[in-house]
Design a protein around this ligand. Structure first.
Ligand SMILES: Cc1cc2nc3c(=O)[nH]c(=O)nc-3n(C[C@H](O)[C@H](O)[C@H](O)COP(=O)(O)OP(=O)(O)OC[C@H]3O[C@@H](n4cnc5c(N)ncnc54)[C@H](O)[C@@H]3O)c2cc1C
Length: 402
């Protein structure tokens, strides 16, 4: 049987689910018939289990968006780990040098710079919220064929189900089937790095400070979890990441202690491990008649600045505002002029962030002596720059629109 919707969201990751919750919470809720479909199994968060591998640094701006979606209270009540300060330094220098970048929530009148949250927890609370709002999310429903017609778009899933909708939201991640089916091309490049992710126990207290040390092959981030534990994201060569994945707990603990310069004393591996290839990618178009891309389907950035899903949340906040305004004016949410308003705001903002992050990664990977000297001077000047530093941090925290 063919199921007909106003809006079909393909992908129940953090971007797709938050998009559905914002649409179903806002003023447009009465007017829209929404469905979410996803290829995978329903994600399950169990607070009795240890912290899961995939965590994200969630900015103050994203917390506000999740609050509007009616999900933040549930997430915060379950398990989040705030960080109030952040230190970023170069391995050619030491953590307490004048070149170390220091960010403090108090400078921005905030209780914290952000929080570390498990991805699966965000998904679970959004799913609960969607159940309350009466929006159905269908798992194990992988999009296989898409027919872009003049009227509503027809989608066929691998399980044989058929859907039609006036607006398709492509929230199906970096390899987006929706984006590819519309022949939307991307600019993309692989980084010479993979991210090795694990959790460790640290001998010295982390004091709610997120830390990042830039090494010759990429940064190691130490993100505060509960107790004396931190989540590690180590961007390094594919070979090193592979070796780290295969090494014993004792060997990996020794390596992580050494490359973090003992900033948190001895580190002891205390959690699962995973390895992720890193790439930058940006879709050349975000919208077509009846189609819009959000989250990683539209853009992927290097994780060094913890911006990926924060950009995705900013996308869905903008898109749902544009749709609500269009409905109020009697316009159709799937029409190209409406969707272009979203594209105009988000495409430039995401590209600026992507190239900024890419530039930082390249600057720290360079071995040219002149550039490494310039980098040290630049970090010291940035630290002392006042308004420039505040503006950059407010953008990273997603606060500029608030
Ligand atoms: C090591 C690492 C650390 C990171 N740390 C941070 C951080 O600290 N802060 C931050 O903001 N970001 C971070 N990110 C980025 C962040 O994880 C991603 O930006 C985010 O997960 C993307 O969410 P999404 O919902 O757009 O896509 P995804 O999470 O990829 O979700 C896509 C969904 O679409 C579904 N799907 C795919 N194909 C189909 C299909 N054909 N049919 C139906 N459904 C389909 C999938 O099953 C999936 O559920 C990090 C990334 C990495 C690799």
């Amino acid at each position: 049987m063919n199921k007909r919707f106003d809006i079909l969201i393909c992908g129940a990751g953090m971007a797709g689910l938050s998009c559905a919750a914002l649409l179903a919470t806002g003023a447009a809720r009465e007017k829209l018939n929404i469905r979410v479909i996803d290829a995978g199994h329903e994600p399950v968060f169990d607070y009795k289990q240890d912290v899961t591998l995939r965590v994200s640094a969630i900015s103050a701006g994203s917390m506000q968006i999740l609050e509007t979606a009616g999900a933040w209270a549930g997430i915060a009540a379950a398990r989040v780990f705030p960080y109030r300060e952040m230190l970023v330094w170069d391995s050619r220098s030491v953590v307490d040098s004048p070149e170390t970048l220091h960010f403090n929530a108090a400078e921005f009148g905030l209780p914290e710079l952000g929080v570390i949250v498990e991805n699966v927890l965000i998904q679970q609370v959004l799913l609960q919220r969607l159940r309350e709002l009466g929006v159905e999310v269908q798992f194990e429903t992988r999009v296989s064929d898409v027919q872009w017609l003049d009227g509503p778009t027809a989608i066929r899933a691998e399980n044989g189900q058929k859907f039609t909708a006036d607006l398709i939201v492509g929230a199906d991640g970096a390899g987006s089937r929706i984006r590819n089916s519309a022949s939307i091309s991307v600019s993309s490049w692989n980084y010479p790095q993979h991210a090795l992710v694990t959790h460790v126990h640290c001998a010295k207290p982390h004091r709610g400070i997120a830390r990042q040390r830039f090494l010759a092959n990429g940064p190691i981030a130490l993100l505060p979890l509960g107790g004396d534990r931190v989540s590690i994201v180590w961007s390094t060569t594919a070979d090193r990441a592979e070796a780290a994945l295969a090494s014993s707990d004792a060997e990996l603990s020794k390596t992580l202690t050494r490359i973090s310069d003992g900033v948190l004393g001895e580190l002891t591996v205390d959690g699962p491990r995973g390895k992720f290839p890193l790439r930058a990618q940006i879709a050349k178009e975000y919208v077509r008649q009846g189609l819009v891309l959000v989250g990683d389907a539209a853009h992927c950035v290097h994780p060094l600045a913890g911006q990926g899903v924060n950009l995705g949340f900013a996308d869905v906040a903008e898109l749902t505002d544009v749709i609500a305004a269009a409905l109020k004016n009697g316009e159709h949410p799937g029409d190209l002029p409406v969707l272009r308003r979203y594209e105009r705001t988000r495409k430039g903002a995401n590209a600026t962030m992507l190239y900024f992050i890419d530039g930082i990664n390249r600057l720290f990977l360079t071995k040219a002596p002149a550039l490494t000297r310039l980098r040290a001077t630049g970090m010291r000047l940035f630290n002392e720059s006042g308004p420039l530093k505040r503006r950059a941090v407010r953008t990273a925290l997603g606060l500029n629109g608030l």
